[in-house]
Design a protein around this ligand. Structure first.
Ligand code: ISJ
Length: 359
């Protein structure tokens, strides 16, 4: 009998499907040591949001780099019932975040709301991945068995991330941070006229975006001989949201730095946490509670250190019973953020997960 799926990352440029578990690691250090010693030649998995080291990294028995993910032919509704952080509660959280910014505790903080759903029948990770592939074309579809993390036996992280945390090939490292967003559709489902154009010109969104670019430049510059950062972001569309995005390319001074090390170093960026990082993470903990694997990173690293990591957003955690999922959607708050617009933005961001669950 073939061993079951243990990791998946699939986009237009790269496919990795891990099956079986040769070794599993609950910390980045363990996985790094196993790669460095040659005990394993590939690890894939996820790092949690908090800097306390929550991680589930797996060396599969077998990795297939050729099998593209097949989209589900149909995406029927699969939610029996659902509970979402109410609009009014999220609005109050945004107001609290703005108060923390006004008080000088933090410059930017990303505030999220959660969605808990019970499925009408158990769903396998494969089934959910195929649903994301059918509904979130263009994104990176990812799935990570979370079993190596304490308290997560049998759980999975599954989603369709639009955001590349980093890609490392040889000495080249590329990041494409997103921050600054606008819904593509209004509450009645009609396209918002001029949404991309006004996002491109929005002083608030450009400022919100700059925190992420500055953070990545600051962390990458000491590791790179050369780093290329465009002056202005571009607009990029996902199925439901416009984003500001800046492709950053660096040439590493020491190409032996691994993509796993870089992912652990860069995540969480101010795209999902804030500026300064520690103060923003503390405020997020106070306002939201634990984020677990949401807003961390998911990806892979091979024996040469090459690899690819996406920001763990537009995703859900499937519990061990396979009948409960939890998802989050957040948005960056800076001075001048509008609480009502933030509620609408998170509603739009939830559509990626809701579409995969069949609406
Ligand atoms: C936090 C999320 O998305 C992030 C926040 C963004 C923003 O604040 O504009 C944009 C893209 C992502 O980096 C999410 O989707 O949950």
């Amino acid at each position: 009998m073939p061993a079951g799926l243990s990791f998946l990352l699939s986009n237009t440029e790269f496919n990795a499907r891990g099956s079986g578990v040769r070794a599993s690691f609950g910390t980045v250090d363990q996985a790094r040591d196993a790669l460095a010693s040659g005990a394993v030649d590939f690890v894939g998995g996820a790092l949690g949001f908090d800097t306390d080291g929550l991680a589930s990294l797996i060396a599969p028995e077998h990795v297939d780099f050729t099998a593209a993910l097949r989209p589900a032919p149909t995406v029927d509704p699969m939610v029996a019932d659902m509970l979402v952080t109410p609009d009014a509660v999220h609005r109050e959280r945004v107001v609290a975040a703005i108060a923390a910014i006004d008080a000088g505790e933090v410059e930017k903080v990303v505030i999220a709301r959660s969605l808990d759903a019970r499925l009408s029948a158990p769903a396998t990770p494969e089934e959910l991945l195929a649903r994301f592939a059918a509904t979130a074309g263009g994104a990176t579809i990812f799935g990570a068995d979370l079993s190596a993390a304490p308290g997560h036996a049998g759980a999975w992280l599954i989603g369709a991330s639009p955001e590349l945390l980093l890609r490392k090939r040889g000495a080249t490292v590329q990041c494409i941070p997103y921050a600054g967003s606008a819904p593509k559709f209004d509450a009645a489902g009609r396209p918002v006229a001029g949404a991309a154009e006004s996002l491109r010109r929005s002083e608030k969104d450009l400022r919100e975006h700059a925190y992420v670019v500055d953070y990545l430049r600051e962390l990458l510059a000491p590791l790179c001989d050369e780093i290329v950062v465009p002056d202005r972001p571009q607009t990029i569309a996902t199925s439901h949201v416009w984003h500001l995005a800046t492709p950053i390319t660096g040439t590493l001074t020491d190409p032996s730095v691994t993509s796993l090390d870089l992912a652990a170093r860069l995540s969480p960026t101010p795209a999902v946490c804030g500026t300064p990082t520690a103060a923003a993470a503390r405020i997020i903990g106070e306002i939201e509670g634990t984020r677990d694997f949401y807003a961390g990173t998911a990806g892979w690293c091979d024996a040469s250190g090459d690899g690819e990591w996406v920001v763990s957003i537009r995703c859900l955690e499937l519990d061990a019973s396979r009948t409960r999922v939890r998802a989050w959607a957040g948005g960056g708050i800076v001075a001048g953020s509008d609480p009502d617009a933030e509620v609408a933005e998170t509603t739009a961001k939830f559509q990626t997960v809701l579409s995969a669950l069949g609406g």
